[in-house]
Design a protein around this ligand. Sequence first.
Ligand code: EPU
Length: 342
Amino acid sequence: MKPAENISLAPYTSFGVESRARFFAAFRNTDELAALLDWGVQYPLVILGGGSNLLFTRDVDGLVLKNEIKGISELHEDNDYVYIRAGAGENWHQFVLYCISRNWSGLENLSLIPGNVGASPMQNIGAYGVELEDLFWDLEAWHIRDQKTVTFTKSDCGFGYRESVFKNKYKGQFVLLNVTYRLRKKPRFNISYGAIEQELEKMGVKELSIKAVSEAVIRIRSSKLPDPRVTGNAGSFFKNPSVSAEKHAYLKKHFPDMVAYPNADGTFKLAAGWLIEQSGPGPGISWKGFRRGDAGCHDRQALVLVNYGKASGSEIFQLSEEIMQSVYQKFEVLLEREVNII
Ligand code: EPU
């Protein structure tokens, strides 16, 4: 099977920026994957999932492989849980809806996150008080060099805030094949995140259900976050940075409105959206809503950078550099990108 040549990658990422792959192919199972890896062994390799956490700033003079491994199956169940396996190439939100329709609980707070199942453990996706690791059971991944399938349990994955071993220690070494989630048969609701409770109230929900929670999350996300099918983006471009208690106290003294949350280890997580909103390209101008050409900072959530149409990856990257510099100048806090840059 020979990959196609000189393919535009714009349709394959949620940012929709133009970039070309010298070779491009999709795989639906490990046989196809192994054959393609064998074919392209001498080329630099990029594996694409849903493309929702990726910014291409250049062409790829190598082989781009798109993961299209599909399938959802119930592996087994016990008194409290069902164990559901999904192919890494399944669309995340469709998978969440599938689980909700069967009344399997756990994923509802993670509704409407763009991307595919494979990205969920890769970056330990999280939203509205729930992180993937709370639902994760295990995964299978293809070891590129050894050409075999390896199983990773939760402790093997080294989950942290938007982190896993696949982004660090094992970067570029594995291709995620499928993920198994442990979901509750009897729902346990997590509506501690203030905005969910408020939204449920607005919706007039009398009796809580996982469907109602999912709908509340969808409404909140849709009101704040740009729809990647309309405006190119990759969700939060930066992580929320953590600082020491001393640094937090110092900042709070100088910026009493600063938004921060205590971490379990005594440090504080700062709302990067707030830091960015309070900084800008010049005196009295905020980054929030800023636009240069077709690259911009979203006007309802400053943590999200957007492509209004024809921005290049480099323009968006350049904007992110300037934002990081100005936040550092004002707060002496270094933002870290959440999005993978290629
Ligand atoms: N804020 C501002 N200005 C802004 C944006 C945010 O002041 O422009 C402040 C507000 O005070 C707000 C606080 O920041 O109360 C937190 O904002 P929000 O609830 O929107 O959450 P976030 O910390 O900006 C994180 C995740 C999101 C996730 C939400 C909800 C990261 C990097 N991002 O955003 O995840 O949906 O919480 O749980 O942790 C993603 O990773 O792509 C993503 C969208």
